[in-house]
Design a binder for this molecule. Sequence first.
Ligand code: SF4
Ligand code: SF4
Length: 464
Amino acid sequence: MHWLNLLTWITAGGAFTLLDFFALTSWRERERRAAQRAAILAIVLPLPYLATTLLPVSLQAIAQVVLLAIPAIGLLLALYPGHTPAPRMGLPSTRVDERDIIFARMRLSPGMPEYQAYYIMRPENKEIDDRLRARPGLLSPDALFYNPLTTPAADASFRVIESMRARVDGPVAKERIPVTAETITPFIKELTKYWGARDVGITELRDYHLYTHIGRGDGVYGAPITLNHKYAIAFTVEMSYEMVSAAPRTPAIMESAREYLEAARIALQLAEYIRLLGYPARAHIDGNYRVIAPLVAWDAGLGEIGRMGLLMTPDLGPRVRINVVTTDLPLVPDGRRPDPGMIDFCLRCRKCAENCPSKAIPLGDPIQEGEVVRWKINPEACYRYWATVGTDCAICMRVCPYSHPDTLAHNLVRMAIRRSELSRIAALAMDDFFYGRWPSPRIAHDWLPEQEQQSSSRRRGRTR
Ligand code: SF4
Ligand code: SF4
């Protein structure tokens, strides 16, 4: 039958074209394994279809119907939604003291009055913290992955951010420009994107967004935090896929620092702009937050909180940095945008947990905390690895299937993951097949120092 022959040729040609397209995309992304496997599949998969044209006529139709049914059934199954967990809408019931977070604790050293005060308050943390402090530390020349060229490049960005801290707040213009929430909200969002943000969301500022006491940044250590602003504007900036692909080596922390700096610059600009309009505004930047940025971003509809405890955005997964501006400017808040498909994918995937060198990410199911169900990572275990290698690791971010670049091929997969349970199962199997269950770090850029371009097998051996 002519039409069966035609359909067979179209299917074989379609498979060849799609897989070649994916091979080319992967090659551009320096994903050699994925590129090779896709190229081989592009040749092998169409062969049975083409072979049917050589069969005797009596067998040809049967073979073609069977082979054509396989992708058709696969496509139908991929459209079937299947089971997904209920959307997570619960509110956290407690507030966090910033002095308890690991970054605030690691700023303390014996002899400081804050050191005495903190360990009188939390004696149970003293032993583990002292052990962590005995390790080389983040960006230290004694750390395993210190590089004399790239480590200071990350340090330079962090130091510039520190110098920006004094500008997070400032005087408000005496004359207030009259605005309505409906008109200023879309303008603020587009302006923030114009200045470099990837995505922007707004939420009402809630109590549980705020730390209870100051642990870092400007202000008096241990002072209670009160912030009466009505709204919070959260935004993301994208981290470079290439630089993250080298995690846990120094390109990853160079990129973290660069994007923290970029986000800080946008936040300062936005807060300054709002104050010029005559409304109070405070920027919350790296090391100088009053709010828990991922929680604010979650409520502002920018993504979900996944297994690794980071914000998972729909297009870039965890490969973002978040900053926040709080203000009294009248705004229209966005709601939380639950993505149960993403949470269901996290339940099955566990790739970050299996690849985490310090076993800081739980392999099991999320736990209930008040009204919120979430995974809780072990911050001390995570930091122990950071303090040993001298970078912020980011292996979990590198291996996450959601972190792939924002391109047509990957976005189609992310769309299917969102909609169908069977697609989630298939996407995870494909991710393992093309990229590996324990993918090795890659070379970020040829211009980086030679030490950052060692073969991936040598590198992998040193990081475990
Ligand atoms: S690696 Fe997998 S389990 Fe971990 S956050 Fe990403 S999708 Fe979720
Ligand atoms: S940053 Fe590294 S050590 Fe920390 S949770 Fe992620 S993979 Fe584990």
